[in-house]
Design a protein around this ligand. Structure first.
Ligand SMILES: Cc1cc2nc3c(=O)[nH]c(=O)nc-3n(C[C@H](O)[C@H](O)[C@H](O)COP(=O)(O)O)c2cc1C
Length: 302
C-alpha cells in the first residue's frame, strides 16, 4: 500500500503538498478550497501587526519564466481578524498560520494573541522586506535566532517554522541558528529579489520597482538552498520555490524536503495543481518501487 503521508515535527500531513503563504489569502473559505483540492496543508497569507494597504499596481508581473511581485503584505492587522481566526481554528486539516512584523515584539504579540485559537503551526515570515536595523530578520543568523527564540517562548509548544530568505550568502548557517534557537522546522525559500524594466517606458514595471521572484525561474535556487540546509540541520524542511509538477516536488524531496510549498503553480495551473502533483508523485513512486515518501527524503545526498 502506497503511503503518501509525511510529517512535520510530529504533525502528520496526508500528502507532502502545502499551499504557500500569500497565494489564497486568509479567508477560511479559500483555505478550505485548498484542502478540498487535495493539499496536505495550507498556509494563510502572513498576518501583520497593524492594518496595512498593499503597494500600488502594478504589483505582480509575469516575466515569462516566473512572477515578480511586490504586493506589499496587505493585512487588516491581527486585532481585526477574530472572525477569520475563529473559522480557521475550526478547520480540521493542517492550517499553518503565517505572521510577520517589523519588530520582534510584533511577532511575540501576534503569537500571544493567536495562540488562543490553537494553531497547530506558526510560520514566521522573517524573509520579506520588513526591516529592523536595515535588513531582514532572516539575513542575519543572530536576528533569525532571536526572533525564533522569542516566539518559541511565547508560543506554548506550538510548532514554529521560520521561513528563510534565499537573498543571503549562507542560508544553511541561518537555518542552523534557527534550529539551535528552538525552531521545529524551517521553510525555504521565500522570493528572490528581482526587477523587470519596461525598456519602452524606460522604467521598472512594478510600481514598487523591486520585487520578489517566484515560479519556475527560482526552482534551482530553492533546490540548492534545501540541499545545503539538509546537510546542516536535523529538523524537517518545507521546500518551496518553483514547484510546478510532480517531478519538481520529487526533486525537492530528494534534496531533503519533508514537504513541498506550492505557490505560483496555483496561478499558472489553478487549484487542481495539488491533486495533479500528488498523482504524479504517486505514479513515480509506483514506477520506482517506493512505498513511502520518507524513503526518498534527502536521497540525492547518498
Ligand atoms: C503574490 C505573492 C504573495 C506572497 N505573499 C507571501 C506572504 O504573505 N508571506 C510569505 O511568507 N510568502 C509570501 N509569498 C512567497 C510564497 O509563499 C513562496 O515562498 C514563493 O512564491 C516561492 O514559491 P513559488 O515559486 O511556488 O511561488 C508570496 C508570493 C507571491 C507570488
Amino acid at each position: 500500500m502506497l503511503d503518501l503521508s509525511t510529517s512535520i515535527a510530529g504533525v502528520k500531513l496526508r500528502n507532502p503538498t502545502i499551499l504557500s503563504s500569500g497565494i489564497l489569502g486568509t479567508i477560511p473559505e479559500l483555505i478550505k478550497r485548498a484542502f478540498e483540492n487535495n493539499a496536505g496543508a495550507a498556509t494563510i497569507k502572513s498576518i501583520g501587526p497593524k492594518p496595512r494597504d498593499g503597494n500600488n499596481n502594478p504589483s505582480v508581473v509575469d516575466f515569462g519564466h516566473g512572477l515578480l511581485n511586490a504586493v506589499g503584505l496587505p493585512s487588516p492587522g491581527y486585532k481585526n481578524m477574530d472572525m477569520e481566526f475563529n473559522e480557521l481554528s475550526k478547520i480540521k486539516d493542517v492550517v499553518i498560520w503565517s505572521i510577520y512584523g517589523s519588530k520582534i515584539e510584533d511577532f511575540v504579540n501576534i503569537t500571544k494573541y493567536i495562540i488562543k485559537y490553537k494553531p497547530k503551526m506558526i510560520e514566521l515570515n522573517i524573509s520579506c522586506p520588513n526591516k529592523e536595523n536595515g535588513m531582514l530578520f532572516s539575513q542575519d543568523k543572530n536576528c533569525a535566532a532571536y526572533v525564533t527564540k522569542a516566539v518559541k517562548n511565547a508560543a506554548n509548544n506550538v510548532i514554529i517554522i521560520p521561513k528563510l530568505s534565499p537573498n543571503v550568502t549562507n542560508i544553511a548557517e541561518i537555518a542552523y541558528a534557527c534550529e539551535k534557537a528552538g525552531a521545529d522546522a524551517v521553510n525555504a525559500i521565500n522570493t528572490v529579489q528581482g526587477m523587470v524594466i519596461n525598456i519602452d517606458a524606460k522604467k521598472p514595471v512594478l510600481h514598487y520597482k523591486r520585487g520578489g521572484m517566484s515560479g519556475p525561474a527560482i526552482r534551482p535556487i530553492a533546490v540548492r538552498c534545501v540541499y545545503d540546509i539538509y546537510e546542516k540541520v536535523s529538523i524537517p524542511i518545507i521546500g518551496t520555490g518553483g514547484i510546478m509538477n510532480g517531478r519538481d516536488a520529487i526533486e525537492m524531496i530528494q534534496a531533503g524536503a519533508s514537504a513541498v510549498g506550492i505557490g505560483s503553480a496555483v496561478y499558472y495551473h489553478g487549484i487542481g495543481v495539488f491533486g495533479s502533483i500528488v498523482n504524479e508523485v504517486k505514479e513515480w513512486m509506483q514506477e520506482n518501487g517506493y512505498n513511502s515518501i520518507k524513503e526518498f527524503i534527502g536521497i540525492a545526498h547518498e
